[in-house]
Write a protein that binds this ligand. Structure first.
Ligand code: PMV
Length: 325
């Protein structure tokens, strides 16, 4: 599939290629793969990119071996993180003895507990595009990023992004597109409950859910309906519809996880306490909604007018303004 996008590999390259890609949080989640080699999803998803929070990556040619640096630290080549990245680079080497040096920086606080794979693989695909001067369009970059990590397919754009699940077996129609809407007042707060690496990664979590959860049968249809309402909410700037649908979507995804055997529960007591606090504030008339990925950390969706309340109620929250430069 890579050949279909970049053509024959024996290309000259530039001295270096670099790119930045934002992190993203799904409002309608991707949960379940129809092909795990190509990261092809069973449902479409829709996300919000996190503006300046993300990954900057630079790639250069290297003699003898690949070297990967993250935030200035050289990574152990045998670590799982490095082997996954090296396997990804294998897809693009013009010759088997062509090696790379990768320098990657995440500018979101490690404490935020954000996954780095979405912005990481999107930035790497974009840096490779610059290094080899492929001049790829957004859809092709999204496909290449997806091969590294599913959610990376959405991180090649800013703002609202929809990743179409696609139908074809080779995945050439499974890519993301930007929804060209701007919502300057929209805010997101990241509540970090734990920084620990999760014990069950998303690939294994998805496999287990798809194979064992009876509730999963209802998920793809729910995702299709939720994307419709989120799109509608975005264009009508209907915050209650946006937040309400995103919250319900995240809880439904977690319901399928709970229904798996063995059950998957990513929440900690502090996670549930945050849900209750958000619900309580909402009952008091403050429009806050949450979403949550395959981990214990909670993300609150709110509008600018409530920023002081979120700051006061959640003092450690990292506040993101997705549409503010
Ligand atoms: O891209 P992955 O394999 O890390 O999967 C991401 C899964 C969720 O974060 C739970 C949902 C999503 O759409 O980002």
């Amino acid at each position: 599939m890579v050949q279909k996008i970049i053509g024959p590999r024996a290309l000259p390259h530039n001295e270096q290629g670099e790119a930045f890609a934002p992190s993203n949080i799904a409002l309608c989640k991707y949960w379940g793969k129809r092909n795990s080699d190509l990261n092809l999803p069973l449902n479409s998803s829709l996300s919000l990119s996190l503006g300046h929070l993300g990954t900057h990556t630079r790639i250069r040619a290297n003699a003898f071996k690949d070297e990967i640096y993250m935030n200035e630290q050289r990574l152990d080549p045998s670590a799982q993180f490095s082997s996954r990245l090296i396997a990804y680079l294998d897809l693009f080497r013009p010759a088997s003895d062509c090696y790379f040096r990768i320098d990657t920086h995440n500018n979101f606080p490690t404490a935020a507990g954000l996954a780095s794979s979405a912005s990481g693989y999107a930035a790497l695909a974009m840096a490779l595009n610059n290094f080899f001067s492929w001049n790829l369009d957004g859809a092709s970059l999204s496909i290449l990023a997806r091969l590294g990590s599913g959610s990376a397919a959405r991180s090649v754009y800013d703002g609202f992004v929809e990743w179409h699940r696609g139908e074809s077996e080779d995945g050439m129609d499974s890519y993301a597109e930007q929804i060209p809407a701007i919502w300057s007042e929209l805010r997101l707060a990241i509540i970090t409950v734990s920084r620990a690496v999760k014990t069950i990664g998303s690939t294994e979590g998805m496999r287990r859910t798809v194979e064992t959860s009876a509730l999963y049968a209802a998920w793809p249809e729910k995702a299709t309906r939720d994307i419709e309402s989120i799109r509608h909410a975005i264009w009508g700037k209907d915050f209650a519809e946006l937040g309400g649908t995103a919250e319900s979507n995240a809880l439904a995804m977690h319901a399928t996880m709970l229904d798996s055997r063995p059950a998957l529960l990513y929440w900690l007591p502090e996670t549930v306490a945050a849900f209750h606090k958000i619900w309580r504030l909402r009952q008091d008339g403050i429009q806050l909604y949450f979403t949550i990925d395959a981990g214990p950390n909670v993300k609150i969706l709110f509008e600018e007018k409530n920023e002081h309340i979120v700051r006061g109620e959640f003092d450690d929250a990292e506040i993101v303004r997705p549409f503010v430069c």
